[in-house]
Ligand binder design. Structure first.
Ligand code: GLU
Length: 483
């Protein structure tokens, strides 16, 4: 039975790398009809951040990554929290001490610093000198400095098998005597991870490759207990477009930032899946069922994956296009409210919003693009695109705009045919190409130089609004543009 765990540490906002790890665990389990366990590794009390915990839970729910086991809270499975399992780690640490495989160490921080500094000065790695190793179980466990350390083998090698990378060996002499229980009585990451992976019967460990160096210590610990070692899969590093490790300076990296920017969870899931896994053909867009069906170990790469922000935006635009206009409206509404475009007492109809969604759908790469591209559907333009003004708002244009506004006002029907005919006839009358009339109308009614199909856009805006905006723009030209 496949059993995987996602084991985030709530010490900072979840990075896309953390979420990619969660996703690969989840996809692998779902593919094999296995179980997913969520385990919050909150043993570093100094770095614990409750906001990070909320963001992790939010990110998982947002992507639809569910889990199958955990302590029951109100009829649902909560995650496991390592901070609630201290008694378990203490029991196992004691067991190792009793078997002579671990020991209490009450060296003071000052002593440890001294030893390490001496080694550093000699150009040697700053390790513990194993002073307490032979003192035995009798040293005082109530001393506040006391920690429990593992007796790491002094010579020989420890090997692990990574399912993607093959056999990896570590020289035991490079390992310190691993601390198992810290002086605050919390376990270290290494100790808690091994105890829990054993107790939770984890079959496969998926985690980022940055955890590979520590995995040797886990193997030593598994061996000290005589426990079976789960299969290990270390996922490729994620790089920014400049091929340096992905970091804040590349742009958004926390999952919550992508949510705010208006990336759809389906697009993010699809994108993250391809960040380290490949279907071995050129399919790029797949829904989650399809991914689950195809996801396997063979498709996971070992070479680093580049986080291509442009590709994510493109993928997101593909998912936006799949929405019906009313689905898109539903997703855009919270932004409209946030931007103060919609208020409770507004009389903007659902139908209007859906028409806006429909006409703008193809132009959005993320929901927040609407802020600059679609404001004019809700607000009168406050200014006009500067390049557009230079090209299309010549003084002579003001009267032309006024004339078209008048002809629009006189129209009985406000449909594409009447609007188009009015524009074309007038252009012909002046001996001008239709563009000479169309561009100024677009700028006058939207403030923008580019946008969706003009006639459709004018229909949605409605005759009154369009005429009013055109007159306002004509006045603006007369006031602002010199002959
Ligand atoms: N708690 C570690 C993290 O924050 C998990 C490492 C592991 O999966 O073993 O990523």
């Amino acid at each position: 039975m496949v059993r995987v765990r996602f084991a985030p540490s709530p010490t900072g906002l979840p990075h896309v790398g953390n979420i990619r790890t969660a996703l690969f665990n989840w996809l692998f389990a779902r593919h094999h009809a296995g179980k997913v366990i969520l385990r919050i590794e909150d043993t570093d009390r100094e770095r614990f951040d409750p906001e990070a915990l909320d963001a992790i839970m939010f990110g998982l729910r947002w992507l639809g990554l569910d889990w199958d086991e955990g302590p029951e809270v109100g009829g649902l499975f909560g995650p496991y929290f390592q901070s609630e399992r201290l008694h378990i780690y203490h029991k196992f640490a004691r067991e190792l001490v009793e078997k002579g495989k671990a020991y209490y160490c009450n060296c003071s921080t000052e002593r440890l610093d001294l030893v390490r500094n001496e080694l550093r000065e000699k150009g040697l790695p700053p390790m513990y000198d194993r002073h307490c190793r032979e003192l035995g179980i009798d040293s005082d466990p109530t001393d506040p400095n006391t920690v429990v350390r593992l007796k790491v083998p002094l010579w020989g090698k420890t090997s692990l098998r990574d399912e993607l990378r093959g056999e990896i060996s570590f020289d035991n002499s490079t390992f310190d005597d691993i601390v198992l229980i810290k002086s605050d009585s919390f376990p270290t990451y290494h100790f808690a991870v091994v105890c829990d992976d054993h107790l939770m019967e984890i079959s496969h460990i998926f985690r980022g490759v940055e955890w590979l160096p520590g995995a040797g210590k886990h193997v030593i610990l598994f061996n000290a207990f005589g426990w079976e070692i789960p299969k290990m899969i270390h996922l490729p590093m994620i790089l920014g477009p400049d091929r340096a490790k992905l970091s804040k300076r590349h742009g958004a990296t926390a999952i919550t930032e992508f949510v705010k920017a208006g990336i759809m969870p389906q697009a993010m899931l699809n994108f993250l899946t391809l960040l380290g896994w490949s279907p071995k053909d050129d399919t790029e867009i797949f829904d989650v069922e399809e991914i689950i069906k195809r996801f396997d170990l063979h498709g996971i790469n070992t070479s680093p994956s580049v986080f291509d922000f442009e590709k994510l935006n493109w993928m997101n635009s593909e998912y936006i296009r799949k929405l019906t206009p009313s689905e898109l409206t539903k997703r855009l509404k919270p932004y409209y409210i946030k931007w103060d475009w919609l208020k409770d007492d507004d009389e903007i109809s659902e139908e209007y919003l859906n028409r806006v969604s429909k006409i703008m759908q193809e132009r959005l790469r993320k929901f927040t693009d609407m802020k600059s591209l679609g404001r004019f559907f809700f607000m009168e333009p406050e200014e006009y695109d500067q390049k557009g003004v230079k090209k299309n708002f010549k003084p002579i244009v003001a009267d032309r705009i006024l004339e078209v506004a008048q002809r629009f006002e006189n129209l009985e029907k406000w449909d594409e045919e009447s609007i188009e005919n009015t524009v074309r006839e007038y252009a012909k009358q002046l001996g001008l190409g239709a563009g000479k009339i169309i561009h100024p109308i677009r700028l006058a009614s939207s403030g923008l130089r580019m946008g969706p199909s003009l006639f459709e856009m004018l229909i949605i805006l409605g005759k009154d609004r369009v005429v009013k905006r055109m007159r306002k723009a004509a006045a603006w030209i007369k006031d602002n543009i010199m002959e």
